[in-house]
Design a protein around this ligand. Sequence first.
Ligand SMILES: [Zn+2]
Length: 390
Amino acid sequence: MTRDEIRQLAAFQADETKGACALSFYFQPDPPQDRSHRREAIVAKDMVKQALKSAAAQNKNGSLHADLDRVLDLATNLRGGARGRAVFACSAQNFWKEYELPSHLVATSIYLQPRFQLKPLAALLGAQPALCVAMVDRQRARFFDLRLDDLRERGAIVHMLSRSASSYGYNGYEGGHAERRVAEEALQHFKAVSERLRTDFEKGIWERLIVGCQDANWSEFESNLHPYVKQRLIGRFSADVASVSNEEIRDRAAAVLNRWITERASTKASEAVDLAKANGRGVTGLRRVLQALEAGEVQSIFLGENYSARAVECPHCGHLNAHLVPTCVACGHATRELTDVCDAIIPIAIRRDIELFYLKDHEGLDRAGNIAALLRFRSDQTTGQIAAAS
Ligand SMILES: [Zn+2]
């Protein structure tokens, strides 16, 4: 799933005047060891049947019924496995998209709303860097790209070492000489790997780096990394390059990445809260965040994991208001109530490339009302010249 595809979903709006409805269906497969039970597939089927019933009860447009039937078909044939599924449908507007997703991102759920439900995709936004995983030992290096949970090998370097002294039965001076030669070869190999990482980074092939190697090799390899490659390193895990499986590489790297994203989100959220207190490039609370969003000031949004709030939206001009006013303060049209303002915020964030972070148990954010934003600039504080430039 590409960023453009997510953007296309974020831009979609069902034409409610014609009774159209945007259906979002997420399916989380059972863990592989439970495959025989097909529990999640049954849950998914029940959920779709339930939605069919309530759609019939509300006498909604027949096109929704057709979408639900098709999703039910799909749910009936779902198998367990490593990957989740997402379907976005609105046959009234000829829209049907199916995607595979990392299973940890999604919980089995179905939504019938004017817009697609994109919260589960929020994790795919800016927080996910183009990641290189380098698996390195003294004679081999394998380079992988990790995008979401898709691991692809991009290349490898192999410098087979001379046979070590002990395998010749050398000892004393001869043995020491052979060991030094092997150590020198390993050093040249590390330098070549480091150089390859540097040139790939300069070509824009990756933005962040994770290294997998044996503990014994790490300090020597690290000391040969180019300084600005090192700056891009987000973590390391211990692995034997000769025997590690691709699945293990993917899972270990994903764990390192998730830890890094969580830490980064937490640091940035604290920064937003602190800057808000200092009247700087941060705001907290729904009202201020919505204002900043409309002023185009927002760089990153931070939400408590279960944040939800009511608000009104103007169907005519798109103005969002934290106060539940019946008419739009910007254009005077009748507003529509949103049970969760996030349903409007998330698509805006996606369309404008605003980073979106969900945080668990963040004290500062919690005290700030569970919603905050980091700003690119503050229009009330910038000069006319800077405002015009941005
Ligand atoms: Zn309006």
